[in-house]
Ligand binder design. Structure first.
Ligand code: GDP
Length: 477
């Protein structure tokens, strides 16, 4: 049971306390059965309601997934112009937009939507996400088959707009809805149409219920919206009595590193991080590399490390070896597109002793220089680094960055975040402490669904508050 007082058995741990189904071949996805070893220090148990919801979902996915008769029937509906009978197999197709962090936060949101609406989640991984994750659902696949008929329409803004939820709701308001269309696009990415955000309203959800195919383009963590929608609110609260653990549970459930990535993660971890008494993750994202001086960011990191006592302080008076070392060690994992931060920090701890005498190791797995698009290996490194960050005891992230959000969500960690800078000035204070383990939703609904009056989504309920790294965003606390 969920809150039993007996100590966890190895089997409980192995299945992440009921998050994972039994019966999957272990060799096909080693991370699923080994990850508990690395996450022992901070784990949350899934509610029993979430466990049974996932088992039900897995069954439905098996019945409706690719290569089933139901799937073929549903495809046939796409060819017709309207849908005249409802089916138990309805789908949400996730499409990639933006970087890996953005993609992962929107995938978790899409999966929660699938759970809440009994839809099947299918994902279009294109060329550059193929080798990142294990198949999450037993005896089936979540990959959108390559011959999916609407693939070409995905990229066409005009088609996406004419078949969007915004235009559907306009039609419904003017003429009423006589027919149910076979598919609809949800344009929910950050530059998307404002009118499509009507998706986050109950009335819209009524209309979407019987549409067999929803095609979603989003780079956002829209999970908090479901806690504000009357039709989903009760269910999400039951699934997640601890509201701060939505990403933690659903993220661990759908994002199990593939065997190849698990090799990258565990080899790095064992070689550089496992032996340290404390692991400090430092994610340095520079959004405007041309206008942001690296020195400012470095000074900001050091100022934050000192003020919040996160980084060991150095002794600049004595450069000779100390007579006694205290025998403890810290490992600092730096992730960044650039090498400078790592090099400077490493050099600082090499050329100076620490005040406490502890040893400090500084490591950076890769420095890719810029964000590559359409590059599988680039995403593999990014995913391995996100996962390694999630294994920190102390995490420092960069404001606004979904890359950092995924690390914090999977780690179940409340990070310190470096405020955004893009000039000579170090922000004061240099960093803040996050109020929750959850990612931030950058573009919540700004109007009331019924009255259309302006509302502030961060003031409606006590468990959804403004993000501190990005004040117009909101997050679960
Ligand atoms: P965001 O833009 O910070 O919200 O994060 P995204 O993950 O959506 O996009 C940034 C992309 O740049 C990542 O997916 C990577 O491809 C790349 N990137 C940024 N920072 C790092 C890093 O520290 N390590 C690696 N390997 N890639 C990074």
């Amino acid at each position: 049971s969920n809150h039993s007082s007996s100590p966890p058995s190895e089997d409980d741990e192995k299945f992440f306390y009921g998050l994972f189904p039994p019966g999957i071949e272990e060799d096909s996805c080693l991370s699923r059965y080994q990850s508990f070893l690395y996450h022992r220090s901070s784990y949350y148990k899934p509610s029993s309601h979430l466990q049974s919801k996932l088992r039900k979902y897995e069954k439905l996915h098996r019945a409706c997934g690719p290569n089933t008769k139901s799937y073929r029937n549903a495809l046939n509906k796409l060819k017709s112009n309207q849908v005249n009978q409802t089916s138990k197999c309805n789908y949400i197709v996730w499409m990639p937009a933006n970087g890996l962090g953005n993609r992962m936060v929107s995938m978790v949101s899409s999966f929660l939507y699938a759970l809440l609406t009994n839809r099947i989640l299918l994902v279009d991984f294109g060329r550059d996400m193929r080798d990142l994750f294990c198949e999450p659902f037993p005896k089936s696949s979540w990959l959108l088959p390559s011959h999916f008929p609407l693939k070409r329409e995905f990229g066409n803004d005009k088609v996406r707009h004419s078949h969007s939820v915004g235009s559907l709701m306009k039609k419904a308001a003017n003429a009423g809805m006589e027919t149910i269309p076979p598919y609809l696009f949800l344009n929910l990415n950050h530059g998307g149409d404002d009118e499509d955000r009507i998706f986050y309203c109950d009335k819209t959800q009524d209309h979407l219920q019987n549409i067999p195919w929803l095609l979603l383009l989003s780079d956002q963590y829209f999970v908090p919206s479901f806690f504000l929608l009357p039709s989903f609110e009760e269910e999400v609260k039951k699934l997640f009595p601890e509201k701060e653990t939505v990403f933690y549970h659903l993220g661990h459930y759908i994002f199990n590193p593939s065997n190849h990535i698990w090799g990258l993660i565990t080899r790095f971890y064992e070689a550089y991080l496992a032996g340290a008494d404390q692991r400090i993750g430092l994610q340095v994202r520079v959004f405007n590399p041309k206008s942001t001086p690296r020195q400012t960011v470095l000074d900001q990191i050091l100022a934050c490390g000192k003020k919040e006592e996160l980084l060991p302080q150095i002794d600049t008076q004595i450069s000779a070896a100390r007579p006694t070392q205290n025998g403890t060690s810290k490992a600092i994992l730096v992730t960044s597109l650039y090498p400078e931060f790592y090099e400077n920090i490493k050099n600082m701890y090499w050329t100076n002793p620490t005040l406490t005498g502890e040893a400090v190791g500084v490591y950076q797995p890769s420095h890719e220089a810029y964000q590559h698009f359409g590059d599988n290996m680039h995403n593999m490194k990014a995913w391995a680094e996100i996962y390694l960050l999630s294994l920190s005891n102390v995490l420092v992230t960069s404001a606004w960055s979904t890359f950092g959000y995924v690390a914090q969500g999977l780690g179940g960690l409340k990070p310190w975040f470096l405020y955004k800078t893009n000039d000579q000035h170090i922000p004061d204070p240099p960093c803040g402490r996050d109020i929750s383990r959850e990612p931030c939703f950058h573009f919540p609904l700004t109007f009331d669904c019924n009255s259309k009056a302006k509302v502030d989504a961060g003031t409606l309920v006590p468990y959804i508050r403004h993000c501190q790294d990005l004040p117009w965003g909101v997050k679960l606390v």
